[in-house]
Write a protein that binds this ligand. Structure first.
Ligand SMILES: Nc1ncnc2c1ncn2[C@@H]1O[C@H](COP(=O)(O)OP(=O)(O)OP(=O)(O)O)[C@@H](O)[C@H]1O
Ligand SMILES: O=P(O)(O)OC[C@H]1O[C@](O)(CO)[C@@H](O)[C@@H]1O
Ligand SMILES: [Mg+2]
Length: 534
């Protein structure tokens, strides 16, 4: 099977039909597609997707006995991934030429962004028909490692999403814009980088009225909290430190109160930085604005150190978290290795997804046991973690355990406590493993020197590393481009190394999880050498 090229550069001699591409396309923008052979689904019935929940190709309601199922699937896909636009409620909203200049010739242009000069052919804008291919692997069989199939035959079905970036036509006059930025949920490296880029890009469009809402959604209702005026001058150096210039919070007012506040303040562009919960809120704000027929663009920027947002290569702050986490693992290794029968236990963040633990284990190369929420394990018993630790002490002399905070919650007593946003408060699996390990080795009369490291908040509070800095920069810029293009209820993301827009509901229907059948988890197991603990 040949490789599938999704980066397309040459003009096609015979264009694939609009239907085969799965979305309407103007020929001026068509590109060469290297298509693998499509096999016809032979089996009939509904295929229960067996693979990762990270796949979006939910085929639960597709009838594969219908010869047109693939066309219907793609039409449905196009409808699902269509980006809500201001013209949906204001069909006569007039587009104007963009004030975002890709070439600025004189310093004067910086103070008053002008129209792109029409005498030049090169544009550099994104065409609304540009798309990015979401899935790039052709799985020849559902049994292929990590296969994400739609039908029982694993037929090749293209899944396209919208390319992000500046459009030639915009739907807001910069002088009429009041833009607001709000950061919600927990901290994450890179929040300040995103805030900074949003402000800088808004100013390049010509927006003068930019404010920050303090302490998350709470800032919309709390009378004691006032808007923070933002400008290039204010944000110039904020990316040099971690945290959020604006502060964060969980909980806060209801959607109706938030939209009342938007109306009162005259905000017509809202940039919302946060995780699943924040995006659910952003989507609800978008719908409430539509219900009230307000010309407002609500744009999300996914912020989650856990990397648990669907469809994206990664979210900002994740790389930084992994880099910092492996420093903690390294310390645990040194402590364990330097002690007689030393055991180092490191707890990392990851409520429902073990991405940080998995990647930090892989990058450090010093972890013997990696425990994540997606993979059940026993602590006790002949196949349990403790018995493997005993084996490791006997054979290696020391061991390192890396556990994600959401792992093994079934082993702990439930509290039923929730935080202000309604998220369940977890028991401390790290402390539990530390205590049980000490108890176990005492009981069997084997010396063990157990050291527990919990670096979670230290990891979350640091500034973004270089690769996250770049990701934040592009996401922040694209958020502003999306708002000016007239979209609302969307979020920005990285998809197969390309930058895209997604309708919010498609990325938050459930948390993205590590697929225990994926190559990456298997690579982690290969690296640690750990057995199954069940
Ligand atoms: N379903 C929802 N509808 C509307 N607002 C919500 C919803 N869920 C959460 N929120 C609001 O979004 C904000 C952030 O939610 P939450 O605390 O769950 O963090 P998050 O965005 O998921 O980020 P993190 O990754 O740090 O958990 C809170 O102010 C909360 O009230
Ligand atoms: O202590 P807080 O702010 O509630 O945050 C803890 C949670 O936030 C996260 O970092 C997600 O942002 C989770 O990994 C963690 O469970
Ligand atoms: Mg959350």
């Amino acid at each position: 099977m040949g490789s599938i090229s999704h980066v397309i550069t040459t003009t096609l001699p015979h264009l694939p039909s609009t239907r085969s591409l799965g979305f309407p396309i103007s020929h001026s923008n068509s590109r060469l597609l290297s298509l693998p052979p499509t096999r016809v689904a032979k089996k009939v019935g509904v295929f229960a997707e067996h693979s990762s929940r990270s796949s979006t190709a939910s085929a639960a309601s597709v009838d594969f006995s219908d010869p047109d199922w693939k066309i219907k699937f793609q039409e449905d896909w196009e409808a699902r991934f269509r980006l809500p636009h201001l013209t949906d409620i204001f069909p006569n909203a007039p587009p104007i030429p963009s004030t975002f200049c890709l070439k600025m010739r004189t310093p004067i242009d910086r103070d008053f962004p002008g129209h792109y000069s029409l005498d030049e052919e090169w544009h550099g804008y994104i065409n609304n028909n540009d798309r990015v291919l979401l899935k790039t692997i052709y799985y020849s069989s559902p049994t292929s490692a990590g296969a994400e199939c739609i039908d029982p035959d694993c037929t090749w079905v293209e899944q396209w999403v919208h390319r992000a970036g500046p459009r030639e036509k915009i739907y807001y006059k910069p002088e009429e814009v009041k833009a607001a930025i709000v950061t919600c949920g927990g901290l994450c490296p890179g929040l300040n980088d995103v805030i900074r880029q949003i402000v800088i890009t808004l100013e390049i469009y010509g927006v003068k009225n930019i404010v920050g809402i303090p302490f998350g959604y709470r800032g919309f209702s709390d009378k004691e909290l006032t808007e923070v005026p933002l400008s290039r001058k204010v944000v110039q150096n904020i990316h040099l430190s971690g945290g959020s210039l604006l502060g964060v919070s969980r909980g806060g007012p209801g959607v109706s109160d938030i939209v009342d506040s938007l109306e009162k303040r005259g905000i017509n562009m809202l940039f919302v930085l946060g995780g699943n919960g924040t995006h659910a809120g952003a989507n609800a704000i978008h719908h409430e604005c539509r219900k009230r027929r307000l010309k407002v663009s609500v744009i999300g920027v996914p912020k989650t150190i856990d990397n648990d947002i669907l469809l994206m290569d990664k979210t900002f702050g994740f790389d930084t978290a992994v880099e910092e986490a492996q420093r903690a693992i390294n310390s645990a290794y040194i402590e364990a290795h330097s002690a007689y029968h030393g055991i180092g236990v490191v707890k990392l963040m990851g409520r429902s997804s073990g991405f940080i633990a998995m990647q930090a284990s892989l990058s450090s190369g010093q972890v013997d046991i990696c425990l994540i929420p997606e993979v059940p394990f026993n602590l006790h018993g002949p196949h349990g973690v403790l018995s493997h630790l005993k084996y490791l002490l006997e054979t290696k002399g020391s061991a390192v355990v890396c556990v994600a905070e959401g792992a093994g919650q079934n082993l702990l007593q439930k509290t039923n406590a929730t935080d202000a946003s309604g998220n369940v408060v977890f028991g401390d699996i790290g402390v539990y493993i530390q205590q049980e390990t000490k108890k176990y080795f005492k009981e069997i009369g084997v010396h063990a020197d157990v050291k527990y490291i919990d670096p979670t908040y230290m990891i979350r509070a640091i500034r973004a590393n270089a690769s996250d800095g770049i990701l934040c920069t592009v996401l922040g810029q694209n958020a502003v481009h999306g708002a000016f293009a007239g979209y609302s209820g969307i979020t920005v993301g990285l998809c197969n190394t390309h930058y895209v827009y997604f309708p919010i509901p498609e990325v938050i229907s459930h948390p993205r999880l590590v697929d225990p059948n994926s190559r990456m988890w298997h690579r982690c197991l290969t690296s640690t050498g750990q057995p199954d603990f069940i």
